[in-house]
Design a binder for this molecule. Structure first.
Ligand code: NAD
Length: 250
């Protein structure tokens, strides 16, 4: 693996588990120094700077970004990955639940970006990569709130790309399909027969398996890297074809 991120500093929110941990490890392998901002940082990969931070708390975010810049000296790459799920239709989730999820999935990315931008603007190779979801575009049943939150992440990505290109900051997102992370493990654990539920979930993927978090991490690392220097405002689907209705299993 090339050390194309040598000398750069990256922040990965939600980097102590699942997709974020794979991203943090991959960026490190490619030469970046990485800080993980997580409300539960115990699982941050070895070698990262683990900072306890809650993206739904502005003071916590500002303190965490200041800590990263004090400890690592600069900030070049921001991966807004921390997220929480929600199930149900609009008939199911009360306002408080909407506020809780939007506060993490949408405002969380806004807060960390706001704190990071003054530092990113000074980088010759600045990039923000947001973790969206197939839920942003696919019209998944029983996921109204989660889908709305990830649709907002997609719109935010495009708007921020336009706003910050003149400042030299590229903004893209990766939209994973169902990825094999502790998040999915927690969902399956609630099923009557977790193994059967997992098999059913795999059968619903066009490519017959769950997405490997490493596949998402490699896409994030590409968009964060100088190799993607002409790419901004895009959403890269890493979903086994799930977003294409023609490829979805019938
Ligand atoms: P995960 O639960 O394994 O990891 C999420 C991490 O985010 C955890 O370490 C958690 O502590 C952290 N986090 C949650 N709320 C936080 C907050 N308020 N402040 C700071 N940290 C917080 O989940 P994952 O599957 O790796 O998901 C990561 C991202 O990928 C999320 O944005 C999720 O919406 C998105 N995503 C996941 C899937 C999937 O199938 N797993 C699919 C599409 C998109």
């Amino acid at each position: 693996m090339s050390a194309d991120l040598d000398g750069l500093v990256a922040v990965v929110t939600g980097g102590a588990s699942g997709i974020g941990a794979a991203v943090a490890t991959t960026l490190q392998r490619r030469g970046a120094r990485v800080a993980v901002l997580d409300r539960d940082p115990a699982g941050a990969p070895a070698g990262t700077l683990a900072v306890r931070a809650d993206v739904s708390d502005d003071a916590s975010v500002r303190d965490a970004v200041a800590t990263v810049v004090r400890e690592l000296g600069r900030l070049d790459i921001l991966v807004n990955n921390a997220g929480v799920g929600a199930q149900g239709t609009v008939a199911d989730n009360p306002d408080d639940e909407w506020r809780r999820v939007l506060d993490v999935n949408v405002l969380g990315a806004v807060r960390v970006s706001r704190a990071a931008l003054p530092h990113l603007r000074r980088s010759p190779s600045a990039a923000i990569v947001n973790t969206g979801s197939i839920a942003a575009t696919a019209g998944l049943p029983q996921r109204a709130l989660y889908s709305a939150s990830k649709g907002a992440v997609l719109a935010l990505t495009r708007a921020m790309a336009a706003d910050h290109l003149p400042e030299g900051v590229r903004v893209n997102c990766v939209n994973p399909g169902t990825a094999d992370t502790p998040w999915i493990g927690r969902l399956l654990a609630h099923a009557d027969d977790p193994a059967a539920e997992r098999a059913a979930l795999e059968a619903r993927q066009p490519h017959g398996r769950l997405v490997d978090p490493q596949e998402v991490a490699d896409a994030v690392a590409y968009l964060a890297s100088p190799a993607a220097g002409s790419t901004t405002g895009t959403a890269l689907a890493v979903d086994g074809g799930m977003n294409d209705l023609r490829l979805r299993p019938r």
